[in-house]
Design a protein around this ligand. Sequence first.
Ligand SMILES: [Zn+2]
Length: 148
Amino acid sequence: MLYLTAHRPDNLGPRDFCWAIEGEPVLPPTTICGSPAGADHCGCNRSFAGMSSHKATTTLMVRELDLTEADLVAAALGSANAAGWTDDIDGDAEDQEYARGMVAHFANIAACYPPGTVLRPWYDHDTEEWYFRDCTHYADVDDDGAQP
Ligand SMILES: [Zn+2]
């Protein structure tokens, strides 16, 4: 299935970072501070974290993964448990529902793009939603941190 994964492009932009493992599935950070959009001092409102590494990346790639939605939900629950957010690796019913919702939401977003698309996530505090900017062709992307 199509899903969002960590990606470190060769031409990483000046405001980008990628500490995650290339190709690992990602989730948004659990908490997002109040830094203004475009602020350089914190990347939590413009990066996702790898489910295995727990490390952040500002650049993602849509990839076809040889995983089912149930596999990704199990990975998300394992990741939450390893990070100390749940008491049990399978989570409780609320954790499972949350993980299913997150994976389904970001799988739906990934399905809007062809495999290989490179995206930059950004969080809008007003709508409390994540948005994605296609930056597959970096020359076409304004890289000053301004949001579209
Ligand atoms: Zn922050």
